[in-house]
Write a protein that binds this ligand. Structure first.
Ligand code: UD1
Length: 345
């Protein structure tokens, strides 16, 4: 049987690359589009080592409608799209709002516009639990209210969800699955791919592992005076490979016309909240390294506590986060050690 072809935008990025691996392992053909603004083409080697297959790669910016149109003409018969490509640094989005609105909105609109022209009927969209803002209660499910965004980045996720809904509502012949990620962390167990932020990491886990390996002097823990048991913020840290697997299930659901609504939304999380300090201690346990950290003031715009109610994804998709937090932190550390071995970091 002919392999189904999936276009993965942002496929050399962190979540994208792990998803490409799972798609190829599940027998899909993958075309990656990435402008390499926050990733490196070397990721393709890692993907090839793990799966034995090199995905097609096109260095294209999804905001470039002409280039994107040419891509759809070149790679005929794309069956579905997973759209990861986006800028994602919360702080930077406050400094450069127009860049964020342009990058994150235009790229989705371009894809949506091209889908009917090239008979592509389904798109999986990368959204975020940031759309919920500070939850009134935890765990939080998909019916919780959407709160005003605290950053342009968060706003782009909310607006993108609305763009998809409005487009489908207008009668466009497409369907979509919106996945709201909680906090993806860790790396592939082979340590061939993982998270590699360019410059100083903004997110917690790469900062922890880079401090562990002494690329960074000290981790700042942003606040220990929150209303949580140990005073630090609480998140739902989800293993990136578990997360990637959910995309394969979502794509299959779309392609087999099993969706119950034209737009479906799923939380992807573990259902368990872990504090920043707890995560640091897990890291110390699995790495055997004492982490140099200090408590500093709160980071503006941070949410105090949020974790998922993943029942809908568990029951409807038949997907469940499986990896333990220990194994996940160990995979992140193994990846960091591999970067050192290769002289990258
Ligand atoms: C943020 C966004 C999320 C986005 C993600 C991608 C919000 C509320 N959340 O997640 O939507 O998808 O970034 O980049 O906009 N921390 C430290 N020290 C550090 C770094 C982080 O203590 O050096 C703490 C933070 O205060 C936070 C937790 O670790 O409590 C997690 O932070 P981070 O990894 O940046 O993720 P979020 O802010 O949860």
């Amino acid at each position: 049987m002919k392999k189904k072809k999936i276009l993965v935008t942002g496929g050399t990025g962190y979540i994208g690359s792990h998803t490409v691996v799972e798609l190829q392992n599940a027998g899909y053909e993958v075309v990656i589009v990435d402008n390499l603004s926050n990733s490196n083409a070397d990721v393709l080697e890692g993907i090839t080592k793990i799966t034995g297959t090199r995905p097609f790669f096109e260095k294209i910016d999804c905001n470039d409608l002409t280039a994107l149109t040419a891509l759809f003409k070149k790679h005929r018969h794309i069956d579905g799209i997973i759209h990861f490509a986006a800028s994602k640094a919360v702080g930077e989005s406050v400094q450069k709002p127009l860049l964020y609105y342009r990058n994150n909105l235009v790229s989705l609109m371009n894809l949506l516009e091209l889908m009917p022209q090239f008979d592509v009927s389904g798109i999986v969209f990368s959204s975020s639990c940031t759309v919920y803002g500070e939850p009134d209660e935890n765990p939080i499910d998909e019916n919780a209210p959407i709160k005003p965004a605290t950053s342009p980045y968060g706003n782009t996720k909310q607006i993108n969800e609305e763009i998809i809904r409005d487009y489908v509502h207008s009668g466009a012949p497409i369907k979509s699955i919106i996945l709201r990620y909680f906090n993806p962390i860790g790396a592939h167990s082979s340590a061939e791919i993982g998270e590699l932020p360019i410059g100083v990491p903004q997110n917690l886990v790469p900062y922890i592992t880079q401090t562990g390996i002494k690329v960074r002097k000290q981790l700042s823990v942003f606040g220990d005076d929150y209303d949580t048991p140990d005073g630090s913020c609480i998140r739902d840290f989800i293993n990136v490979v578990d997360l990637a697997k959910a995309h394969v299930i979502a794509v299959e659901r779309m392609l087999k016309n099993k969706t119950e609504e034209a737009v479906e939304i799923f939380n992807l999380g573990t259902g368990v909240g872990v504090s920043v300090l707890e995560l640091i201690h897990v890291f110390e346990k699995v790495s055997g390294e004492k982490l140099n950290y200090k408590i500093v003031g709160r980071r503006e715009g941070d949410i105090e506590k949020i974790w998922a109610n993943p029942d809908k994804a568990n029951n409807v998709l038949g997907w469940k986060a499986e990896e333990s937090i220990e194994d996940t932190m160990e995979s992140a550390w193994k990846w960091q050690l591999k970067l050192r071995e290769k002289g990258i970091m």
